[in-house]
Ligand binder design. Structure first.
Ligand SMILES: C[S@@+](CC[C@H](N)C(=O)[O-])C[C@H]1O[C@@H](n2cnc3c(N)ncnc32)[C@H](O)[C@@H]1O
Length: 248
């Protein structure tokens, strides 16, 4: 198990990957679908959980009334704050573990997002219950993860497709070693089933309202031909859930 320091050490390479347009899964596939699902957040109060250096936080901030980004990596938050100084969008960033948001009030946010990060959070059930706690009644928790049915995982030192070993949680060290990266890095991540995630949502009174398995758009394919394989097989899944009105 690598510590959170792994994300601190990855932060500069991650920033280059994300801000230079090399993260084509994000730009050509996942973000168009995610933001279409989220819809208009004008006037809404938003929390972006595990926000990294803040790329998607900034996209949300261009509309929302109030937005907070949190991440447990000090370096990621430092980079996010630096960008906020350069381009003021009114985002407040804090170093915080997603599993302990006790500095944030109950029932405050209209929307909590967690983009491609829940799979990296060891105690994902706690993070989900914290998201539920800080949401207003009928507020939404929207998260994306690599699709657990089709992602590549590392089992016994070998990279295999989850379709061959779906059941059971697996923790492994993921080598980020694509040529597109300025510098390779490694992080700890987890394979869990869709049932695991939906059970955790259910336990926190978050009821699944919509799922999206993003498919490349025509424009996305023209710009990023690598996305062709996702015409037939999803790379990620986006889950929208709503906090039950019974609990505020
Ligand atoms: C794959 S990156 C995604 C970052 C960002 N959401 C984005 O879309 O660019 C995963 C992020 O999760 C953060 N993270 C992992 N575990 C966390 C935890 N327990 N609490 C807060 N952040 C965490 C990492 O520091 C890293 O920034």
């Amino acid at each position: 198990m690598l510590s959170e320091k792994a994300w601190d050490e990855a932060a500069s390479s991650w920033l280059d990957f994300v801000r230079s347009g090399k993260d084509f899964h994000r730009d050509g596939l996942n973000n168009p679908a995610t933001f279409a699902l989220i819809g208009n957040v004008r006037g809404r109060i938003v929390l972006d959980m595990a926000c990294g250096e803040g790329y998607n936080t900034r996209m949300l901030a261009r509309q929302s009334a109030e937005i907070i980004g949190i991440d447990f990596s000090e370096r990621m938050i430092e980079l996010a704050k630096k960008k906020e100084e350069e381009e003021k969008l009114g985002i407040r960033y804090y170093v915080m573990d997603a599993t302990d948001l006790s500095k944030l009030p109950n029932s405050y946010f209209d929307l909590v997002t967690c983009f491609m990060s829940l799979q990296d959070i060891r105690e994902y059930r706690k993070a989900i219950s914290e998201a539920a706690r800080v949401l207003k009644s009928r507020g939404r928790f929207v998260f994306s993860i690599p699709h657990p049915c089709f992602e590549n995982i590392i089992a016994r030192g070998k990279r295999i497709n989850a379709s061959r070993r779906y059941f059971g949680e697996a923790m492994y060290v993921l080598p980020w070693d694509m040529e597109r990266l300025a510098k390779a890095f490694r992080t700890t991540t987890f394979h869990r089933t869709l049932t695991d995630y939906v059970d955790a949502l259910h336990r926190s009174r978050l009821l699944v309202s919509r799922l999206v398995e993003p498919r490349p758009t025509r424009e996305g394919l023209l710009k990023y031909p690598h996305l062709r394989r996702h015409v037939l097989t999803p790379q990620s899944i986006i889950v929208e859930s709503v906090k039950s009105a019974d609990e505020s």
